[in-house]
Design a protein. Structure first.
Lengths: 199, 524
């Protein structure tokens, strides 16, 4: 079985194996390269201006121009707060039931959450809006729902939401309900989520 | 396999019992193990699917809770794609490619053993994740961020399982490329190769190109979850839609990875039972290659609804519709092969003809989904579910059954029972359509997928689909009976088990001895 022809075949095979394994490695790196690659292409061609027709119509960077940040004192919007739990042994409620805000005004509100169980629990809050279309005019600058929350046994925490209601809010919307639901994230230990999600 | 008698192992001091299978480097043993593994995974994924259908039998929640339902749909997809369909084709490649090109074994026999034995641990990780705190991953088989960044540890287990299965498929693909390119018998030129070898060669290149990209994508998720990076985490400046781009850069070639070997199997079977050579061999090869090349330029048709500029939608829409051309060439060639042939419909031919019929339906609904304005309507509805089950079940799976009935005589030395094979085919065909055809109507009427409950007007079609699904699932038990009977005994198969079957694999005795083509045959 050790004829010269066989040795030639074996080394041919090995060469091809190395070449193919190398291309697999290159493709692994290429996967990571795709991240900056997509961003560069979108920047260079400006094709990421979805839903901004004014940007496509010539004034390519119009949408990046400073927005009118004036507070529209002529309107008042009632923002109501709601809190729900999904199978979670916590107490969760807004500190204030509702606030009246002017569009464009920076507002700071708080939610209170207490872990009633004798063990640390990790949860994630998911927001929803009523009416649904108000969501896109509701700009949150900070929110506890951006990160997973791990509460020690019996821990009580006051958590902020900082938001601005966009002055572009349609005039027929006078009341917005912001509702959070906390879901438990089973299987995520306190350590891993503190390392991964601290933001 | 029972057919391998001790005297065929003579002079090799081969270990017996479990060690024989653990340490084997024989391409036939490894191919057999791949197929048994994938069939077990097929049944496990099927049980998950039946649980889904039981829940959807009537509106409301009866059987499972929504969280568990999400785990079921996710794991059904992952298990069927990575555990059942892909390893089954690798098993066919292991068994048949060396026999078809006149090689004595695969190029790297030990690596072959390793690439199989990576699979069971990966399967245990994947299925075991059901028992992890928080349950298995429920982000859908596409593992979209941000859900996949937030899930519990079941997600980590799934990521590791995908890493391991990815390494396994890359090793298997490298083995196949080297075998096909370097180990062909004298006189077996590339354009004389059986089409199954051609489709697998091209598939193997696709695997080497895109499996590492998937590995990279899930590694990025892992880093986002545990190491504080923000590839896809919007709160840290990442972009969840970026994940979809990277995933589908893998995902679209992946669907051809699952269908091209099926085209190869069907292209072997149709000529045999038409008693005519394959019509348009060269065009089949070029069509396969063009499908593979085009598959890299169409990924974003999975993402029309994410908000894409019109220019992008148009490009991906036209590129996708272009793929219908080489696919149409293939369907045309199969039918042209059957045209005026002396047809006979033994079980392999039944499955292959059934494949052409139902796969073409799936291809047409694919064209409909490719049209961007329609896709935005049917995105994430049961129309899409119907489409991809028509191409994956009726495409890949039916072709796998066709191939199994075709080569069972070569594997076991006995002819598979014709009546049971026909029963298996007709039950599968009827129940498959009963399950998935109504889903087109459900999708067009707007029923969203991956949701455990639905509005009352969808109740009748869902009940029909559930009845069909249980019928389809139970029909697959017939296949177990066929295979067991075929291994135990039955009509002895000749070396050329089917009249007018062409190819080197039919020149060795049935069952194929443990070692074949130690002296390379010469192909004229």
């Amino acid at each position: 079985m050790n004829s010269p022809a066989d040795n030639g075949l074996a080394s041919d095979n090995r060469r091809l194996l190395l070449r193919l394994a190398l291309s697999a490695l290159v493709m692994f790196g290429f996967g990571f390269l795709l991240v900056p690659f997509y961003e560069k292409i979108c920047d260079a061609t400006g094709i990421n201006n979805v839903l901004r027709p004014e940007a496509e119509a010539g004034a390519r960077f119009a949408a990046d121009a400073p927005l009118n940040s004036q507070v529209d004192a002529s309107r008042s919007i009632l923002v109501q707060f709601d809190a729900n739990l999904h199978d979670l042994p916590w107490r969760f409620q807004p500190v204030q039931r509702s606030v009246s805000v002017h569009p464009g005004q920076l507002v700071h509100v708080e939610y209170e959450v207490t872990n009633t169980r004798a063990e640390p629990i990790t949860g994630q809050a998911v927001p929803s809006y009523g009416p649904q279309l108000a969501g896109q005019y509701f700009r949150k600058l900070d929110c506890f729902c951006f990160a997973q929350q791990t509460l020690a046994p019996g821990e009580r925490r006051i958590m902020p939401v900082v938001f601005v209601v966009d002055p572009a809010l349609p005039p027929d919307v006078n009341t917005i309900t912001l509702s959070y639901t906390f879901f438990e994230l089973k299987g995520r230990s306190a350590a891993s989520s503190a390392g991964g999600r601290a933001s | 396999m029972a057919a391998v008698t001790p005297d065929q192992l003579h002079g090799h001091h081969a270990p017996r019992g479990v060690m024989r299978w653990l340490t084997t480097t024989n391409h036939k043993d490894i191919g057999t193990m791949y197929m048994i593994f994938s069939f077990i995974m097929f049944l496990s994924g099927g049980v998950l699917a039946l649980t889904i259908r039981a829940e959807l039998f009537k509106p409301g929640l009866q059987v499972v809770q929504p969280e568990f339902f999400n785990q079921l749909t996710t794991m059904h997809g992952l298990i069927m794609v990575f555990g059942a369909i892909m390893p089954a084709f690798v098993g066919f490649a292991n068994w048949m490619i060396p026999l078809m090109i006149g090689a004595s074994d695969m190029a790297f026999a030990r690596m072959n053993n390793w690439s199989f034995w990576l699979l069971p641990p990966a399967a245990i990780l994947l299925i075991g994740s059901f028992f992890a705190p928080g349950g298995a991953t429920a982000a859908g088989w596409t593992l979209y961020a941000p859900l996949s960044v937030q899930m519990g540890m079941g997600m980590d287990l799934a990521i590791f399982a995908i890493h391991i299965m990815g390494v396994s498929s890359i090793m298997g693909a490298i083995n196949i490329v080297v075998t096909v390119l370097n180990m062909r018998a004298p006189g077996m030129t590339m354009m004389k190769m059986p089409l199954f070898c051609w489709t697998w060669l091209i598939t193997a290149y696709l695997l080497i190109a895109v499996m590492p990209v998937l590995a990279g994508a899930v590694t990025m998720i892992l880093a986002d979850r545990h190491f504080g990076t923000s590839f896809f985490n919007a709160a840290g400046g990442g972009d969840p839609v970026m994940y979809q781009h990277i995933f589908w850069f893998f995902g679209h070639p992946e669907v051809y990875i699952m269908i091209l070997p099926a085209f190869g199997i069907v292209s072997q079977i149709i000529p045999t039972f038409s008693r005519k050579p394959l019509f348009g061999y060269a065009s089949m090869v070029y069509a396969t290659a063009s499908i593979a090349i085009l598959s890299f330029a169409v990924w974003a048709h999975h993402m029309f609804a994410t908000g894409m500029p019109a220019a992008g939608q148009l490009f991906f829409m036209y590129a996708t519709m272009l793929i219908a051309v080489p696919t149409g060439v293939k369907v045309f060639n199969w039918i042209a092969t059957m045209w005026r042939g002396s047809l006979s419909f033994e079980p392999p031919m039944l499955w292959a003809t059934g494949f052409i019929f139902v796969f073409t339906i799936g291809g047409f609904t694919g064209l409909i989904c490719a049209i961007a304005p329609i896709d935005i309507q049917v995105q994430d509805t049961y129309y899409v579910v119907a489409h991809f089950h028509y191409v994956l079940v009726a495409g890949s799976l039916f072709a796998l059954f066709a191939g199994a009935y075709y080569w069972l005589p070569k594997w076991t030395g006995h002819m598979p029972s014709e009546s049971l094979g026909k029963l298996h085919f007709w039950c599968s065909m009827v129940f498959f359509n009963l399950t998935f055809f109504p889903m087109h109507f459900l999708g067009l009427a707007g029923m969203p997928r991956r949701i455990p409950d639905y509005a009352l007007q969808f109740a009748d079609f869902n009940a029909i689909a559930s009845v069909g699904a249980f019928g389809f699932g139970l029909s697959q038990l017939i296949f177990i009976v066929v295979v067991v009977k075929c291994i135990r005994g039955g009509e002895r198969a000749a070396a050329r088990s089917w009249e007018s079957a062409e190819g080197l694999e039919w020149t060795v005795p049935s069952p194929a001895p443990h070692h074949t083509f130690e002296e390379a045959p010469v192909v004229r």
